[in-house]
Design a protein around this ligand. Structure first.
Ligand code: C5P
Length: 234
Protein backbone atom coordinates (compact mmCIF):
# COMPACT_ATOMS: atom_id res chain seq x y z
CA UNK A 1 0.00 0.00 0.00
CA UNK A 2 1.34 3.41 -0.98
CA UNK A 3 0.54 6.81 0.44
CA UNK A 4 0.65 9.49 -2.27
CA UNK A 5 0.88 13.07 -1.04
CA UNK A 6 -1.17 15.55 -3.11
CA UNK A 7 1.15 18.51 -3.62
CA UNK A 8 -1.71 21.00 -4.04
CA UNK A 9 0.45 24.06 -3.34
CA UNK A 10 1.00 27.20 -5.39
CA UNK A 11 4.73 27.81 -5.25
CA UNK A 12 7.90 25.86 -5.92
CA UNK A 13 9.19 27.15 -2.59
CA UNK A 14 6.35 25.53 -0.68
CA UNK A 15 6.70 22.34 -2.74
CA UNK A 16 10.38 22.17 -1.84
CA UNK A 17 9.72 22.80 1.88
CA UNK A 18 7.35 19.81 1.93
CA UNK A 19 9.72 17.59 -0.06
CA UNK A 20 12.61 18.40 2.28
CA UNK A 21 10.53 17.80 5.38
CA UNK A 22 8.96 14.55 4.18
CA UNK A 23 11.94 13.01 2.38
CA UNK A 24 12.47 9.46 3.64
CA UNK A 25 8.92 9.25 5.02
CA UNK A 26 6.80 9.80 1.91
CA UNK A 27 8.03 8.38 -1.39
CA UNK A 28 5.14 9.20 -3.78
CA UNK A 29 3.80 12.65 -4.72
CA UNK A 30 0.88 13.82 -6.83
CA UNK A 31 1.52 16.78 -9.11
CA UNK A 32 -1.86 18.03 -10.27
CA UNK A 33 -3.38 20.70 -12.47
CA UNK A 34 -2.57 23.61 -10.19
CA UNK A 35 1.13 22.99 -9.64
CA UNK A 36 1.73 21.72 -13.17
CA UNK A 37 -0.07 24.65 -14.82
CA UNK A 38 1.93 27.09 -12.73
CA UNK A 39 5.36 25.46 -12.86
CA UNK A 40 5.28 22.61 -15.39
CA UNK A 41 8.28 20.29 -15.68
CA UNK A 42 10.10 22.12 -12.87
CA UNK A 43 7.54 20.86 -10.33
CA UNK A 44 8.02 17.27 -11.53
CA UNK A 45 11.82 17.52 -11.65
CA UNK A 46 11.88 18.82 -8.08
CA UNK A 47 10.13 15.70 -6.76
CA UNK A 48 12.63 13.55 -8.65
CA UNK A 49 15.49 15.64 -7.26
CA UNK A 50 14.37 14.69 -3.74
CA UNK A 51 14.14 11.01 -4.71
CA UNK A 52 10.33 10.88 -4.94
CA UNK A 53 8.07 9.29 -7.54
CA UNK A 54 5.46 11.32 -9.38
CA UNK A 55 1.81 10.67 -10.11
CA UNK A 56 1.00 13.28 -12.76
CA UNK A 57 -2.70 13.94 -12.22
CA UNK A 58 -3.74 15.92 -15.30
CA UNK A 59 -6.78 13.73 -16.08
CA UNK A 60 -6.23 13.41 -19.82
CA UNK A 61 -9.39 13.54 -21.95
CA UNK A 62 -9.09 14.11 -25.70
CA UNK A 63 -9.08 12.30 -29.03
CA UNK A 64 -7.08 9.04 -28.97
CA UNK A 65 -4.00 10.30 -30.81
CA UNK A 66 -3.64 13.41 -28.64
CA UNK A 67 -3.91 11.38 -25.45
CA UNK A 68 -1.41 8.81 -26.73
CA UNK A 69 1.07 11.63 -27.45
CA UNK A 70 0.49 13.12 -24.00
CA UNK A 71 1.14 9.72 -22.38
CA UNK A 72 4.37 9.49 -24.37
CA UNK A 73 5.42 12.96 -23.13
CA UNK A 74 4.58 11.96 -19.55
CA UNK A 75 6.92 9.01 -20.00
CA UNK A 76 9.64 11.42 -21.13
CA UNK A 77 9.06 13.46 -17.96
CA UNK A 78 9.90 10.30 -16.01
CA UNK A 79 6.66 10.13 -14.02
CA UNK A 80 5.54 6.83 -12.57
CA UNK A 81 1.82 7.22 -13.30
CA UNK A 82 -0.70 9.51 -15.02
CA UNK A 83 -4.47 9.84 -14.82
CA UNK A 84 -7.01 9.90 -17.61
CA UNK A 85 -10.79 10.27 -17.74
CA UNK A 86 -12.42 6.99 -18.69
CA UNK A 87 -15.23 9.10 -20.26
CA UNK A 88 -12.83 9.42 -23.21
CA UNK A 89 -14.04 6.05 -24.44
CA UNK A 90 -12.56 2.70 -25.39
CA UNK A 91 -10.63 4.10 -28.37
CA UNK A 92 -8.90 6.69 -26.24
CA UNK A 93 -8.05 4.16 -23.52
CA UNK A 94 -6.70 1.67 -26.07
CA UNK A 95 -4.52 4.37 -27.64
CA UNK A 96 -3.12 5.35 -24.23
CA UNK A 97 -2.47 1.73 -23.20
CA UNK A 98 -0.71 0.97 -26.51
CA UNK A 99 2.06 3.56 -25.88
CA UNK A 100 5.30 1.71 -24.99
CA UNK A 101 7.07 2.31 -22.74
CA UNK A 102 4.61 4.31 -20.71
CA UNK A 103 3.75 5.30 -17.13
CA UNK A 104 1.02 3.42 -15.28
CA UNK A 105 -2.43 4.61 -16.32
CA UNK A 106 -5.00 5.35 -13.64
CA UNK A 107 -8.57 6.02 -14.74
CA UNK A 108 -11.09 8.45 -13.29
CA UNK A 109 -14.65 7.12 -13.48
CA UNK A 110 -17.16 9.78 -12.32
CA UNK A 111 -15.66 12.73 -10.43
CA UNK A 112 -16.72 12.64 -6.79
CA UNK A 113 -17.95 16.21 -7.19
CA UNK A 114 -20.70 15.02 -9.58
CA UNK A 115 -24.13 13.74 -8.57
CA UNK A 116 -26.97 12.00 -10.43
CA UNK A 117 -28.42 15.35 -11.52
CA UNK A 118 -25.15 16.35 -13.20
CA UNK A 119 -24.93 13.26 -15.38
CA UNK A 120 -28.60 13.48 -16.45
CA UNK A 121 -27.52 15.60 -19.43
CA UNK A 122 -26.06 12.42 -20.95
CA UNK A 123 -28.87 10.06 -20.04
CA UNK A 124 -32.02 11.01 -18.16
CA UNK A 125 -32.05 7.77 -16.14
CA UNK A 126 -28.30 7.63 -15.44
CA UNK A 127 -27.16 7.09 -11.85
CA UNK A 128 -23.63 7.62 -10.58
CA UNK A 129 -23.01 4.04 -9.29
CA UNK A 130 -23.98 2.41 -12.59
CA UNK A 131 -21.83 4.89 -14.55
CA UNK A 132 -18.91 4.20 -12.21
CA UNK A 133 -19.30 0.47 -12.77
CA UNK A 134 -19.50 0.77 -16.56
CA UNK A 135 -16.52 3.10 -16.84
CA UNK A 136 -14.35 1.14 -14.39
CA UNK A 137 -15.03 -2.12 -16.22
CA UNK A 138 -14.26 -0.55 -19.60
CA UNK A 139 -10.98 0.89 -18.30
CA UNK A 140 -9.92 -2.31 -16.60
CA UNK A 141 -10.63 -4.67 -19.48
CA UNK A 142 -8.63 -2.38 -21.76
CA UNK A 143 -5.56 -2.70 -19.58
CA UNK A 144 -5.25 0.33 -17.27
CA UNK A 145 -3.40 -0.25 -13.99
CA UNK A 146 -5.74 1.44 -11.50
CA UNK A 147 -9.21 2.85 -10.96
CA UNK A 148 -9.40 6.22 -9.17
CA UNK A 149 -12.51 6.26 -7.00
CA UNK A 150 -13.85 6.86 -3.52
CA UNK A 151 -13.47 4.22 -0.80
CA UNK A 152 -17.20 3.45 -1.01
CA UNK A 153 -16.88 2.72 -4.71
CA UNK A 154 -14.08 0.22 -4.04
CA UNK A 155 -16.56 -1.98 -2.22
CA UNK A 156 -19.18 -1.56 -4.95
CA UNK A 157 -16.70 -2.45 -7.70
CA UNK A 158 -15.21 -5.42 -5.87
CA UNK A 159 -18.72 -6.79 -5.26
CA UNK A 160 -19.74 -6.17 -8.88
CA UNK A 161 -16.63 -7.64 -10.53
CA UNK A 162 -15.15 -10.17 -8.09
CA UNK A 163 -13.29 -11.97 -10.90
CA UNK A 164 -11.49 -8.86 -12.24
CA UNK A 165 -9.14 -8.19 -9.28
CA UNK A 166 -9.19 -4.41 -9.91
CA UNK A 167 -6.56 -2.16 -8.30
CA UNK A 168 -7.64 1.14 -6.77
CA UNK A 169 -6.31 4.64 -6.12
CA UNK A 170 -8.42 6.30 -3.45
CA UNK A 171 -8.49 10.03 -2.56
CA UNK A 172 -10.69 11.57 0.14
CA UNK A 173 -8.73 10.01 3.01
CA UNK A 174 -9.29 11.64 6.40
CA UNK A 175 -7.94 10.46 9.76
CA UNK A 176 -10.64 10.43 12.45
CA UNK A 177 -11.00 13.87 14.03
CA UNK A 178 -9.34 15.74 11.15
CA UNK A 179 -11.24 18.33 9.06
CA UNK A 180 -13.01 16.90 6.02
CA UNK A 181 -12.55 20.18 4.08
CA UNK A 182 -14.62 19.86 0.89
CA UNK A 183 -14.41 16.05 0.82
CA UNK A 184 -17.69 14.22 1.40
CA UNK A 185 -17.25 10.51 0.78
CA UNK A 186 -14.25 10.08 3.06
CA UNK A 187 -12.52 7.06 4.55
CA UNK A 188 -9.93 6.81 7.34
CA UNK A 189 -6.37 5.60 6.62
CA UNK A 190 -7.04 2.63 8.91
CA UNK A 191 -10.15 1.57 6.98
CA UNK A 192 -8.27 1.96 3.68
CA UNK A 193 -5.52 -0.31 5.06
CA UNK A 194 -8.05 -2.86 6.29
CA UNK A 195 -9.65 -2.91 2.82
CA UNK A 196 -6.25 -3.58 1.25
CA UNK A 197 -6.44 -0.55 -1.06
CA UNK A 198 -3.26 -0.29 -3.17
CA UNK A 199 -2.81 3.48 -3.25
CA UNK A 200 -4.31 6.30 -1.20
CA UNK A 201 -4.04 9.99 -2.06
CA UNK A 202 -3.99 12.46 0.79
CA UNK A 203 -3.30 16.18 0.74
CA UNK A 204 -4.44 18.79 3.22
CA UNK A 205 -4.37 16.65 6.39
CA UNK A 206 -0.59 16.61 5.83
CA UNK A 207 0.20 19.76 3.81
CA UNK A 208 -1.88 22.06 6.07
CA UNK A 209 -0.87 20.41 9.35
CA UNK A 210 1.24 22.53 11.72
CA UNK A 211 3.83 19.72 11.53
CA UNK A 212 3.47 17.84 8.21
CA UNK A 213 6.06 15.22 9.20
CA UNK A 214 4.23 14.35 12.40
CA UNK A 215 0.90 14.23 10.53
CA UNK A 216 2.43 11.86 7.96
CA UNK A 217 3.86 9.62 10.69
CA UNK A 218 0.51 9.52 12.50
CA UNK A 219 -1.28 8.47 9.30
CA UNK A 220 1.30 5.78 8.49
CA UNK A 221 1.05 4.52 12.07
CA UNK A 222 -2.75 4.32 11.81
CA UNK A 223 -2.38 2.27 8.61
CA UNK A 224 0.12 -0.10 10.22
CA UNK A 225 -1.99 -0.54 13.35
CA UNK A 226 -4.98 -1.45 11.17
CA UNK A 227 -3.00 -3.86 9.00
CA UNK A 228 0.60 -4.75 9.89
CA UNK A 229 1.37 -5.55 6.25
CA UNK A 230 -0.20 -2.26 5.04
CA UNK A 231 3.01 -0.67 3.86
CA UNK A 232 4.40 -3.62 1.96
CA UNK A 233 4.96 -2.88 -1.72
CA UNK A 234 1.94 -3.33 -3.96
O1 C5P B 1 -6.44 17.60 0.33
P1 C5P B 1 -7.10 16.31 -0.04
O2 C5P B 1 -6.65 15.13 0.79
O3 C5P B 1 -8.61 16.44 -0.12
O4 C5P B 1 -6.57 16.03 -1.52
C1 C5P B 1 -7.08 14.99 -2.30
C2 C5P B 1 -6.52 15.09 -3.69
O5 C5P B 1 -7.12 14.12 -4.51
C3 C5P B 1 -6.75 16.43 -4.38
O6 C5P B 1 -5.61 16.70 -5.17
C4 C5P B 1 -7.94 16.19 -5.27
O7 C5P B 1 -7.91 16.98 -6.44
C5 C5P B 1 -7.77 14.72 -5.64
N1 C5P B 1 -9.01 14.03 -5.99
C6 C5P B 1 -10.10 13.95 -5.16
N2 C5P B 1 -11.22 13.28 -5.55
C7 C5P B 1 -11.27 12.69 -6.73
C8 C5P B 1 -10.17 12.74 -7.58
C9 C5P B 1 -9.03 13.42 -7.18
O8 C5P B 1 -10.05 14.48 -4.06
N3 C5P B 1 -12.34 12.00 -7.07
Amino acid sequence: MTLILALDVDTILREEELLKRLKGTITHYKVGLRLFTAHGKRAVDLVHHYGGKVFLDLKFLDIPQTVAHAVHEAQRLGVESVSLHLWGGAGMIEAAVSVQPRPKLWGVTVLTSLQDKDIKVFNSTAKVPSMVKKLAKMGWVHGIEGIICSGQEVELLRRSFPHLDMRFVVPGIRPAGVKRNDQRRTMTPGDAARLGIGHIVIGRPITMAPDPLKAAHDILREMLDASPSALEAT
